[in-house]
Write a protein that binds this ligand. Sequence first.
Ligand SMILES: Cc1cc2nc3c(=O)[nH]c(=O)nc-3n(C[C@H](O)[C@H](O)[C@H](O)COP(=O)(O)OP(=O)(O)OC[C@H]3O[C@@H](n4cnc5c(N)ncnc54)[C@H](O)[C@@H]3O)c2cc1C
Length: 1009
Amino acid sequence: MQKPSNVAQHLLTTEVLVVGGGFAGVAAAIAAAKAGRQVCLVESRAYLGWELFATLRPWLTAAEHEKLNELFNWTDKTYTSDSTSGEQAVIPDACKLLLEDVLLAHGVKLLYYAHVIGWEQEEAGCRVEIAGKFGRRYICAKALIDATQDGRLVRCLPTSARRSLAEATPYRTIEFTRVDAQRLQELPMRIPEDITSDFIVHQGHEGSGHLLIEHALPAVADLLSERVGDLDVRAPFFSMTLARWLFEHHPAFAKATLATSSYELTLPPLWRLTGSNNANLAEKCLTPVGEVPLAAFYAQEGLWVASGCADLADDTAQAIATDLITLLQLGTAIGQRCAQSCGELQITRPVATYEPPIFHRAVETLVIGGGTSGASAAITAAETSDTLLVEMNSGLGGTGTIGGVNSYWYGQRDKFSGEVSRLVADEHAWMGIRDSAGRWNVEAKMFALLKAACRANVDIIFRSMLVNVCVNEAGAVTGVVVLTPDGLLHIDTKVTIDATGDGDVAVLAGADYVYGAKRDAATMWYSMAPVTRPGLPRNNWTSSIDMDDVEDITRAVLSARRRWVGHDHSPYIAPRETRHIQGEVCLTLTDQLRMRQWSDVVYVAFSNHDIKGQSGSDWIRLGLIPPNLEIEIPYRAIVPAGIDGVYVVGKAFSATHDGLPAIRMQADLENLGCVAGIAARLCVAEGVTPQTLPVDTLQQRLTQSGMLAESVCGRSVPDSAPELTEADMRHWVSQLNDAVHLYAYSDMEFDEVRRDPIPLVEVCTAGPAIVPILEEELRQSHSPRRITVAKALAWYGSKAATPVLLAEIARHLQGDELPMRDANIRHTQASPDQGAMPELAYLLHALAMTRDERALDILLPVVECLHPTAERFRDNKSGVFHYVDAVCEIAEAIASPQCVPALEQLHDEALFHDKMLYGPLQADYFEERIAYVEVTIGRALARCGAKRGLQILVNYLRDTRRSLVRYAYHELKDITGKSYPPDAARWQAWLTEVDEIAPKPWYQEKGQT
Ligand SMILES: Cc1cc2nc3c(=O)[nH]c(=O)nc-3n(C[C@H](O)[C@H](O)[C@H](O)COP(=O)(O)OP(=O)(O)OC[C@H]3O[C@@H](n4cnc5c(N)ncnc54)[C@H](O)[C@@H]3O)c2cc1C
């Protein structure tokens, strides 16, 4: 086993670091902050309050409710609903939101999605290492409080121990809506003993039909020898057996809906501190089983324990773990004590490194990520190879289940995906769900995938995060390290399938990647799905997230929770796009529009061009919205360049920002996962690696298994498209037609596919030899294709297009308002989604491509007619976003100081001025789109030589929205040629010294995106 090579980087320094955002952790953080300490709280999940929400126990006793109100000053805040049972039913999102608010109000720095993987005791304090999708970082703190349910810090100590409880009974909860309360009263539940030995019915916050059934799982005799990971896999089978029995045997459930089930088991604390010893601590803490000395919660200098993992007898530990009032009191007491002592803390212990227990395993195929692509990859690989699947959540399906996106959109619905649908339909049948039309119940799909994976002998570890990768001298991935509920696991593997959706394995192995779009780092919008009512997640279109940055991940979670406050939010952040891991082939939109064939094709995807966010494509800017296409995926796009031993499937495989929108659909990614599973199987069987696997052998296997049409095997595909003859060129020019709008290509039914070449695409990719033919056509004053021909000429940078474009622009520029979009373009949401613009914006973009100074005159008239207001910006037909974008593109294509007045006038508009965000969150996602526009104006001003533009870009280096920082930084470096780090102070110092800057035009090589 090679040692992983990654070195963690410093993230921040604080006084008190609280690990674990349950109620005790929050109380501790607030107490320490109130005592004047600088406090940071890290939580591995995407929400606070795991005691109620991870285990799905959202109910409070009256006393607990009162204590929370008193401690957090929530007396007038609504987060519970009354119930007749004596319990208060908690509204998950409302409570999570209040917990966040109370932390933020006390100045606590909160970090989500951060997993503690070890810590060090140093002379000056502690150094805690965290890992996550952002890689590895460390936090320096004077004192630590371990407030996790499983003793994440405590268990790293040599003096801690895992306890074997004589017998422990795990519990889980299943949630239903639409239960017939009347029938329930008439006919009490008599659940057979062999299904569950114990169950309690709790009322949900929605009223009588909303029930939560907390039920016992079979008792575990010896928790010491049991892997928590194994329990996690077995547990859903018991809950689903119970749910099925209710559906089939109890009339009150005949029309019920299974909403969700616990993410985590309710288990007694397994780890226990031993040998705590602090004679100076005489205080006592009241627990449900009597008084306990506070010293039991003191591990050593600088480390406190605010959970049942303290030095306690088993029954006391268990009683504390489930008693919210004790946890709150304990957290408060420890937070105060820790704050008090950390000022005068004298570390006397030697420098030491503490890690959780480490286990080792070897497998043939390892799949990291059990989501849309990973579940199918693992199920397929396991057919003939020993396969382990590591998943950070507690169920399979990723974005399509726990991420709340519970429906297909385009994609090839047959092949492996068809099989998945059949399996889901089997679960739907007993739930009484009939015609689901490409939608599914999240629990049904998660369970169908779990059953299929278990049947296929996939070994699964849930709630486990990739934290490092082992790479040999040749640059091949030979293993990984994951943090599991049972400790750190080193896994040796022959083939790894990176199905994390973000290319986490490949990135840790050193693969090149592009985050979002190459130029402006724009990504399609992420989602943390709002669950408006129990079991009803909602698709949504909001803003960007940067998975490379734990602070940005936290910002995105905080913002998302404030966008829709309903029942709850998904615990899994599902971005539409993050990293594009670079393979030898990187799929572009141009490849797709040209219907490019690949000799190493391994799959054919199918979709419309579903861009949710800003497009960087010149095709879209000309007005060409792509039709539904079948898109070949080459093998070289799923193998990262220069790195062996690993496949990248899911949305992170090699494509550009504009190449991704049509190849990311769930049905296709389920199938692509299956392709990778077959490839991995072959590698294992033949003793080869992903880089050396003969692709024709793989293609044969794929055709045998029905994943690939036979016609593509052995097909001869030229390396590049044949050159067009003059006759061909004339033919394609003759096919252009102004009467048919370019956006109309997208106007297709769901089952339609465009297979014929697109004339404009043929013209624009023919090469410069076509320019004289286009110019000849343009000279014909009555040509029925003059505008489209002018657009094509603009694509080639021909200034011959300018007069025609200017005349057409003048025709649209009537009156003192810019025209709105009048075309109905399918599937549009708020701008800039789908690239749906008013025709005038397309013409302005085309004009920019000519880079002709005659375009200068148009800038001010457009700016003067823009009248940008917040209301108009939100109206997806007004085109405000696109008009500003087009004006900026014209200015920076010419890069003349003469453009500056128009750009300054734009920037003087209140809507686009000083839209930076230096705070922790922003609920209104339009504000982010407006800020993006301001950066674009800044970039255009800077490219025209105006210092004001540079100042705008420098201002955004301090923005909390990381995608905007990336954007501004990229432009600053490109415009100035300086390579300072992205540090606002450094750039500001430089800017103060600069008198003037030279204009720097922007030009984008056409067809590359
Ligand atoms: C908001 C939104 C709406 C969409 N709408 C639709 C739609 O309506 N229909 C449609 O067909 N497609 C839709 N898509 C696209 C489609 O859902 C996604 O492209 C697809 O699900 C992504 O699959 P994936 O395998 O790449 O990632 P995921 O399905 O997200 O799977 C990744 C898995 O890896 C796990 N994981 C990640 N990192 C790690 C790690 N480091 N260690 C361990 N485990 C890890 C995750 O928990 C997850 O289970 C939408 C996408 C989004 C985000």
